[in-house]
Write a protein that binds this ligand. Structure first.
Ligand code: SF4
Ligand code: SF4
Length: 242
């Protein structure tokens, strides 16, 4: 790693403080190129590293997703825990990309809410995978990235780059143990309650079609396709467990 890339990460962390970004870290992708190529084709697979960027969701909003929810609950979630947080992530990814490009590196910010395959419901690179490789947490039985401090209550994005940044070497083991609260809370029975294992397809843990069908019924009954019960139920990130 050269002095240029040390300085650039210092600058990105300082900018992150100003923007109230909760997580900024570097993932090494080279050992995972095959997996990434399978999800997103050759474009993201050409980058050796990614910067994972995360913002913690307002806990009081997520807490309102459990049990009987109202239009106000889901509208507040859609507005302040989805759309605006994704916009802030995209803005910060753009600032990060400009900083790296100015320093002479090649860089591709991936949209936070990108979906390139509607049937499989996936983006060109999984932001959860880059956050896991950056050392921020593990993939839970709800298929979300679980951080020790905020649990799954974090939204993520990714900036791909060829900059020779220092990569995280400490990838966290799965800590779900015998817990199945997310699967038990799912009104669509879309989660199998199986632990994440690298290389195992997401379908072994989540039936995307069942989840999507339930979101569709939420749109019809409440006006917005918001559920998030598997997010709210996770003990990691709940205030009483912090
Ligand atoms: S979002 Fe709702 S329906 Fe989908 S997996 Fe989570 S709890 Fe189940
Ligand atoms: S609710 Fe339990 S099983 Fe599900 S992700 Fe959280 S810790 Fe893991």
């Amino acid at each position: 790693m050269d002095i240029n890339s040390i300085n650039i990460m210092k600058k990105i962390h300082a900018l992150g403080e100003i923007h109230c970004i909760d997580y900024i870290g570097v993932a090494g992708l080279e050992a995972y190129q095959e997996e990434i190529a399978e999800i997103g084709g050759a474009l993201p697979a050409g980058y050796p590293r990614a910067i994972a960027i995360g913002i913690a969701l307002p806990s009081a909003i997520v807490d309102r997703l459990g049990g009987d929810v109202t239009y106000e609950d889901v509208f507040t979630y859609q507005e302040h825990a989805y759309d605006i947080i994704n916009n802030r992530l995209d803005l910060f990814a753009s600032v990060t990309a400009s900083s790296l490009q100015r320093a002479g590196y090649y860089v591709l910010p991936v949209p936070a809410a990108e979906r390139i395959d509607s049937d499989r419901v996936c983006a060109s690179i999984s932001h959860k995978i880059t956050a896991r490789l950056a050392g921020f947490g593990w993939i839970g039985k709800n298929c979300l990235l679980i951080t020790p401090e905020h649990g799954p209550r974090v939204r993520w994005t990714t900036v791909l780059t060829d900059a020779p940044l220092e990569e995280n070497r400490d990838i966290k083991d799965v800590r779900c143990g015998g817990c199945k609260k997310c699967a038990e809370s799912c009104p669509a029975q879309a989660l199998t309650g199986r632990n994440y294992a690298p290389g195992e397809p997401r379908e072994s843990r989540l039936d995307v079609a069942k989840c999507e069908a339930y979101l569709h019924t939420r749109k019809e009954t409440l006006g917005l396709a918001v559920c998030g019960q598997c997010l709210c139920a996770c003990p990691y990130g709940q205030k009483k467990n912090r």
